[in-house]
Every structure is written in C-alpha cells, then in structure tokens.
Design a binder for this molecule. Structure first.
Ligand code: AMP
Ligand code: MN
Ligand code: MN
Ligand code: MN
Length: 289
C-alpha cells in the first residue's frame, strides 16, 4: 500500500514543544509532510486552534491535519504514553479527561516547585508558569527554567539531578489508568497507539506483558517508527504486533528544531506489510477490528 508522507507524533508550544502549532504546520509542509498529527502532552488546545484556521474551505494547502494528543497514564506503577489519533475534539468525555489532567499537572508543578524551593531555588513556580505561557505544564518547563537560572547546564542535566524518577524534585502523580485513557480515546472516536515502546527502560519480557495488557484492554496500535528505535527492536515488536493483531504507527516525536536527532517527517522506516493506522487517503483507520 502506498501511503502519503506522514508524521503522526509531534509537539507544539501547547505542551513542551518550541514551535507554535502554525509554525509546526508550516515546517511540516515545507518538509514535504502530507499528513500531520499534532499530539501534545495531555492537551488538544494547540491542534484545536489550528484546525479552526486550517480545516476551512478557504485553506488552500492540502496537508491533512489530524487532531491528536499524547496521554499520560499508569499501568500499575508504570507510566505509559498513549497517542490518540483522530480525536473528536468536542467530545464531552475527552474534555472532562483533559480538564482532570490539567488539574493534575498544575498540582504536580506546585509540588515540584516546593521541593526545589527547599533546595534554595526560590520563586520557581512563577517562573515556570511564565515559561509555560499557558501551555500544559510539564517537567521540561522546569528543566528550561533551571537552565535559565544556571542551576544546571542542560535540560538533560536538570532531569538527571532534579526531575527524573527518584531524583531530588521527583513527585508521584496519580495519573489516570491505561484502561481509562483507552476508554476515553475510544469514546472520542480515535485510535490508540502505545508510543515509543522501547523508551520506557523495560526489559523485553516486561514490555511484552505490557503490550499484551494494552491489547487486552482494547489498545489499537504500536508505534514502530520513531527516532531511537533500531531494526532489531522493530523486528521483535513486529512479532508482537502480529501476535496481538495490532495496527502500526510512526512519527518523529518532534519537540524542537534544535534537536538534530528529530526532523519532521523523519523516523526509521516501518515495514509495509503490517496494517497501518493510516490509509492511502491519509485517513486514520478506525480501530483494530
Ligand atoms: P512530563 O510529561 O511533564 O513528565 O514530561 C515528560 C517530557 O519530558 C517528555 O515528553 C520529554 O519531552 C521530556 N524528557 C523526559 N526525560 C527527559 C530527559 N532526560 N531530558 C530531557 N527531556 C526529557
Ligand atoms: Mn515531551
Ligand atoms: Mn512520550
Ligand atoms: Mn511525544
């Protein structure tokens, strides 16, 4: 099957990306992308605003814009990221879920700030709110402020010393369950994709169990093409895709043009013999069966 050039995993200033939704859209089009999904962390505000401009009869470019989000959730103690593609952005259950996530994220940000203040880094909550400028607040906003304050030299270092799991300013969050997120995605007519499966620092046997649970709970697809995945990992995961009759997806997980490892529309190729979330018309296939 011949698919249009696509990128189904990207971030904007509505979460922790640095390009505005419109700038991202223009960059993707310049990169030759024909189908773009915007998938900000736990928010649809960016893609929603852009759709109001682009999905009109006056819009003359023909790039297809897919409303999506990358949902944070928990399976037991494991944090997972689930990309929802083709969301009905007006669905009440989705809206309620996103409002809950915003509350969780603001509450977490306040608790992270308190921990940093105890380490003699004052006023950090206000600085982080300024940095986020209305976006869904995430740890990368803290990392950027810690860089601005010269507390650390890089965002990577901020995660290593302060923000990462088990580090000084780490706080736990009662993220929604995987089950709940899959239900919300399904209710809003979208397809669910387990994002970047090799990036959770899990052993292959643990990852296999998680994929089996994801599938048993009604999950639709596995991301098989993203920066960092290698051919051997793809082959192992391809086997799981076939075993659980899942679909496959791919995207750059683009956050910033400064990162030389991510380019819009660029990721390791995925084999064409697997059923894809996208069809040749650039439309998201509705769920697994
Ligand atoms: P959050 O959802 O607020 O917990 O933030 C997660 C985001 O932080 C991820 O989507 C990445 O963009 C970013 N991130 C995670 N780990 C690191 C790291 N070690 N260095 C830089 N950024 C990171
Ligand atoms: Mn991110
Ligand atoms: Mn992610
Ligand atoms: Mn992402």
């Amino acid at each position: 099957m011949n698919l249009p050039k696509y990128d189904l995993h990207t971030h904007t200033t509505a979460s922790d990306g640095v390009l505005s939704p419109l700038a991202l859209y223009d960059s993707a089009r310049e990169a030759g992308v024909e189908v773009l999904a915007i998938t900000d962390h736990d928010t649809i505000e960016g893609v929603k605003g852009l759709m109001a401009i682009k999905n009109t009869s006056e819009n003359e470019d023909n790039m297809i814009l897919i409303p999506g989000a990358e949902f944070t959730c928990l399976l037991g103690k494991q944090i997972l990221h689930i990309v929802g593609l083709g969301l009905d952005i007006e669905h009440p259950e989705l809206k309620r879920h996103l409002a809950d996530l915003e509350t969780l994220r603001v509450d977490r940000a306040k608790r992270i700030a308190l921990k940093l203040e105890k380490k003699r880094i004052p006023n950090i909550y206000n600085l982080v709110c300024e940095k986020a400028a209305g976006a869904q607040i995430g740890r990368p906003h803290f990392a950027k402020v810690l860089c601005d304050l010269k507390v650390v030299n890089s965002e990577e270092e901020a995660f290593k010393k302060y923000l990462g799991a088990g580090k000084l300013a780490n706080v736990s969050v009662a993220w929604p369950s995987l089950e709940k997120v899959l239900e919300v995605i399904k209710a809003s007519g979208a397809v669910s994709v387990l994002a970047h499966p090799t990036k959770y620092k899990l052993t292959m046997s643990k990852l296999r169990k998680i994929i089996a649970e994801f599938s048993a709970l009604g999950g639709d697809a596995l991301e098989l093409g993203y920066p960092g995945i290698n051919r051997e990992q793809q082959n192992i995961l391809k086997f799981e895709v076939q075993k659980h009759e899942l679909l496959v997806s791919a995207g750059s997980d683009f956050h910033t043009p400064e990162n030389r490892w991510t380019r819009l529309g660029v990721y390791p190729e995925i084999s064409a013999d697997l059923p894809h979330v996208l069809n040749s018309d650039g439309v998201i296939n509705k769920q697994k069966q």
